[in-house]
Design a protein around this ligand. Structure first.
Ligand SMILES: Cc1cc2nc3c(=O)[nH]c(=O)nc-3n(C[C@H](O)[C@H](O)[C@H](O)COP(=O)(O)O)c2cc1C
Length: 97
């Protein structure tokens, strides 16, 4: 559900980063997408942890947002923006398995 690529279905952990526009009432509407980009900082923190723990991680933007939102029972204010797959590094690459 969280992506199309093979390793997504094999790796043990998939983080889903969701922008909740309903909780950004104090942010002007035109800036909410920009604030949602803070997910990039969260992704990087997870990458740092993975690097320190010897884990592989891949942040992914290729996902079916509508289908994922439906399966997570998100409301229309909540938008999945990125996923990050985590697992043991695959042999010869960084993709997690
Ligand atoms: C915002 C963003 C979205 C990305 N989306 C995907 C994706 O959907 N699928 C994918 O394989 N890589 C995606 N990437 C690239 C991977 O996260 C990663 O950078 C790439 O696999 C190369 O990793 P490596 O340099 O460790 O080999 C994305 C990167 C960023 C920054």
């Amino acid at each position: 559900m969280t992506g199309y690529q093979d390793f997504v279905g094999i790796a043990p952990v998939d983080l889903v980063y969701v922008a909740n526009h309903g909780r950004m009432q104090d942010v002007p509407p035109g800036l909410r997408e920009t604030f949602a980009a803070a997910a990039g900082a969260m992704v990087q923190n997870a990458y740092l942890y993975c690097a320190s723990a010897g884990l592989g991680a891949v942040v992914r933007g290729w996902l079916n947002r509508r289908q994922l939102a439906e399966h997570m029972s998100l409301n229309e204010d909540e938008v999945p923006i990125l996923c990050q797959t985590i697992g043991k590094p695959a042999c010869g690459g960084s993709a997690p398995v």
